[in-house]
Design a binder for this molecule. Structure first.
Ligand SMILES: Nc1ncnc2c1ncn2[C@@H]1O[C@H](COP(=O)(O)OP(=O)(O)O)[C@@H](O)[C@H]1O
Ligand SMILES: [Mg+2]
Length: 211
């Protein structure tokens, strides 16, 4: 049975879709991965279509889109066939977001290291807690060190929430690769962005395969 990761955060623009695509490609270097797009905006689906005609896209990272009552069955079907299923969710808490979180082994919550992003994540965190799902926060567009980042790290720790020990900086490479249907590990295999994404995938693997 594969591992299901729902990328969720009520705030739009937090980096959910970018992260699902980048992690999908990075994980596909060593495993079988499937992406599931449940956002009506369908950005991940469009990325998948671009990918189909991108010469640099050597790895198979299929994207399916689904919504409504068939969602849970689709997650079950995909996890039987793949090592990882990453679900990109819409910036709303609705019944589909709940279905995705219910079906997930991990709810991955990207956020800017700034208080408004943590406030915006509250509904997602509450939903994950209600569904008794494991949750990990991930700093995206994070400055290497800032007072706000430290403050958020302290706040997250004080609440007993898990923050991944790897973060993504603000890099044009993420948006550029996405626009071409690629991952940064394909556009620049030794770029700083590729290193960061690999660190995040390693941190995720450690969550599942250690202790
Ligand atoms: N770390 C980052 N560096 C640069 N651009 C980013 C980063 N994270 C996200 N973006 C860009 O910000 C925009 C919003 O990200 P997106 O993944 O669509 O957010 P969401 O799915 O949460 O609404 C996209 O254009 C994306 O490429
Ligand atoms: Mg999105």
């Amino acid at each position: 049975m594969g591992i299901v990761i729902a990328v969720a955060q009520q705030k739009g623009g937090a980096g959910k879709t970018m992260l699902a695509a980048q992690l999908g490609v990075a994980l596909a270097e060593a495993a079988s991965v499937s992406l599931l797009d449940i956002d009506p905006q369908a950005s991940l689906t469009i990325w998948g279509k671009l990918r189909a005609s991108a010469p640099k896209a050597a790895l198979d990272v299929p994207v399916t889109s689904i919504s409504g009552w068939r969602l849970a069955a689709e997650v079950e079907r995909l996890k039987k066939a793949h090592d990882y299923v990453l679900i990109d969710t819409p910036p709303v808490i609705d019944s589909d977001a709940r279905r995705a979180i219910r079906g997930a082994d991990l709810v991955l919550v990207p956020l800017n290291p700034a208080p408004p992003d943590l406030w915006a994540a509250e509904a997602t965190l509450k939903l994950a807690a209600e569904e008794k799902r494991r949750t990990a926060l991930l700093f995206n567009r994070a400055p290497a060190a800032s007072r706000l980042r430290k403050r958020l790290e302290a706040e997250i720790a004080a609440r007993g929430l898990l923050l991944l020990p790897a973060a993504l900086a603000n890099r044009a490479g993420y948006a550029n690769a996405f626009a071409d249907g690629l991952g940064v590990t394909e556009t620049g295999p030794s770029s700083a962005a590729a290193m960061e994404i690999r660190e995040v995938t390693n941190a995720l693997k450690r969550l599942f395969f250690e202790t």
